[in-house]
Design a protein around this ligand. Sequence first.
Ligand SMILES: NC(=O)c1ccc[n+]([C@@H]2O[C@H](COP(=O)([O-])OP(=O)(O)OC[C@H]3O[C@@H](n4cnc5c(N)ncnc54)[C@H](OP(=O)(O)O)[C@@H]3O)[C@@H](O)[C@H]2O)c1
Length: 228
Amino acid sequence: MNLLLLGRGKTGSLVAEVAAERKHHVRVAGSNENAACAALSAEKLRGIDAVIDFTAPHCVLTNIEACVKAGKNMVVGTTGWYGEIDRIRTLVEQHGTALVYAANFSVGVNLFFDVARAAAAALRHDYSGQIFERHHAQKKDAPSGTAIAIQQVICEASGQKEGPEITSFREGDVVGLHEVVLESSADRIYLCHDAKSRRGFAEGAVRAAEWLAGKKGFYDFKDVWRAL
Ligand SMILES: NC(=O)c1ccc[n+]([C@@H]2O[C@H](COP(=O)([O-])OP(=O)(O)OC[C@H]3O[C@@H](n4cnc5c(N)ncnc54)[C@H](OP(=O)(O)O)[C@@H]3O)[C@@H](O)[C@H]2O)c1
């Protein structure tokens, strides 16, 4: 595939590496090349099969709008824009393109969502819940998109209006650590996912781009990762 990767930061650079390993042709645009979406004109996007975004919350929405309006499929790894999700879903559907997004593209974290979903039953049996997330000090958004996704999964599965409270820590070079603690007067249950590197995110994102080929629609990776 011909892929355009937006963002050559910590995750984007690894996505480019994994895409090349999987024999894709990759062009990368960072903030200089893509100021005011300069890399996303119809001319620049000619021949591109999918755009993968690992940039920042301040520019991800304009990136998505430009790509969707140009009819390009997108994989969106950048977090911090989910307040606009309904508007973007409508935009994608109106333009007949395909977009897959995830707060976390690693298969391990998506399995962890299922574990959290099963454990949410505790909240109907006098347990209280808490979510803790730790990331490197440079991370721009808090709480993490993954922690919010875990909270939503637990909320839906337990039938409670508000999910467990999230506490965020920003320190050192932690790739991404998410914990769910469920506590009753009798015991505690600890669930933990600890990312050892960014490779899991990168592989999931590239495989999501491959999966999108020939599709239309708006997809949450947690609903489709089993099909990759
Ligand atoms: N879904 C997942 O699996 C997953 C996994 C990890 C991270 N993330 C999310 O992905 C995003 C990036 O994370 P990261 O750790 O890679 O951050 P990062 O190291 O700060 O990299 C972000 C990159 O985006 C570039 N950028 C900024 N504005 C841009 C624009 N308008 N066009 C193109 N590139 C632009 C920056 O370029 P300059 O340095 O040139 O300014 C920087 O290289 C964050 O939202 C993070 O939460 C998601």
